[in-house]
Design a protein around this ligand. Structure first.
Ligand SMILES: [Zn+2]
Length: 345
């Protein structure tokens, strides 16, 4: 089968290779990938910047697909079932259930970093990390479930939004645009900040429910926040860009006791200069979000099946695996939002 392989830690070490179909154990399923999303962390892997990479490895941890074969110990799934999956394997003995809020207990393996992922025709997975798709949820929508889980984690768990809060989303990428939608379900008023390259994404943010958008290269964010909040400042800020200026904008925009939620990631080892006096003088809380939480997958699929959130709206491009380089370039240049790869030619 054709698969994208990251073969070394050095920058640019990815290429399409012919690999044998993955071997499947009795307690595993062979999944034919339908769509796999390019995540910011895949771009970091491509640039040799990912702190957790273990090449050679097939990248890709956001995916949907159809079950092609099941091992003899598989109970809940059958060939033909449409699924999405966590893209993670927790260590043996970890209990994973609907009420568990574990994210990554130590020893967790992540698809595309520690085990082969979804930029290939097939991948194998264990059944307890897979979810069957409701009929109303398309394979395209399901490929963006993992970023939706991150947005749910950020809004529900980290920021603990209250109804009618006023919030800033800095960075209108896929996760930022999903944070907008989830925050709107809380009745929040949402301002989205971006730069000039984000023009299209900011327009999309408005159609997805943002109350106001701002290009921080053209307008003064402090003025905009003051008029948006009647001089009070934002109740919460979600940093989704992974840029120092954006972090500082978030901290400056918050009201007293505001919540800063860090979602954007930085290159390995990168130090960021922040004005900590914002945290001190306004008694802010800073928290981080790294990935999704198990219990949010079912919630995410429910929201999708009820059409209360749209992940299809943020899936802007689809490229066949053979054109992976173009797909990565589009994702890199932020021309679209979420770029998907499909093994279909
Ligand atoms: Zn990701």
């Amino acid at each position: 089968m054709k698969a994208l392989v990251c073969y070394d830690r050095a920058p640019g070490c990815m290429e399409l290779r012919d690999l044998p179909e993955p071997e499947m154990a009795d307690d595993e399923m062979l999944v034919e990938v339908a769509f796999a999303g390019i995540c910011g962390s895949d771009l970091k892997l491509y640039h040799g910047n990912h702190p957790h990479a273990t090449p050679p490895i097939v990248p890709g941890h956001e995916f949907s697909g159809t079950i092609a074969r099941v091992g003899s110990a598989i109970k809940k799934f059958r060939p033909g079932d449409r699924i999405t999956g966590l893209g993670k394997v927790y260590p043996e003995g970890t209990v994973v259930g609907d009420d568990d809020n574990i994210n990554s207990p130590s020893g967790t393996k992540v698809a595309g970093l520690h085990m082969d992922g979804a930029f290939a025709r097939y991948l194998t997975m264990k059944e307890r990390f897979a979810l069957k798709l409701p009929d109303e949820v398309s394979l395209r929508a399901a490929a963006v479930c993992e970023p939706l889980g991150i947005a749910l984690n950020a809004v529900m768990e980290r920021a603990r939004l209250q109804p009618f809060h006023r919030v800033l989303v800095s960075g209108p990428g896929p996760v930022g645009l999903l944070v907008v939608q989830v925050a709107r379900l809380y009745g929040a008023e949402v301002m989205v900040a971006g730069t000039s390259v984000d023009e299209g994404r900011l327009a999309l943010a408005r159609t997805l429910g943002a109350t106001e958008t701002i290009d921080v290269q053209k307008q003064d964010l402090a003025d905009a926040v003051a008029s948006f909040t009647g001089g009070q400042g934002m109740d919460a800020a979600f940093e989704c860009a992974g840029a120092a200026g954006s972090v500082n904008n978030c901290l400056a925009s918050l009201r007293w006791y505001g919540q800063h939620v860090q979602i954007g990631t930085f290159p390995a080892g990168k130090q960021v200069e922040v004005l900590l006096n914002h945290v001190l003088f306004k008694e802010l809380t800073i928290s981080g979000v790294y990935g999704h939480v198990w219990s949010y997958w079912a919630k995410g699929l429910r929201l999708l099946s009820q059409h209360r959130v749209s992940t299809e709206a943020v899936a802007s491009h689809t490229f066949p695996l053979s054109r992976w380089q173009e797909a990565f370039d589009v994702a890199e240049r932020r021309e679209g939002v979420k770029v998907l790869i499909t093994p279909e030619d």
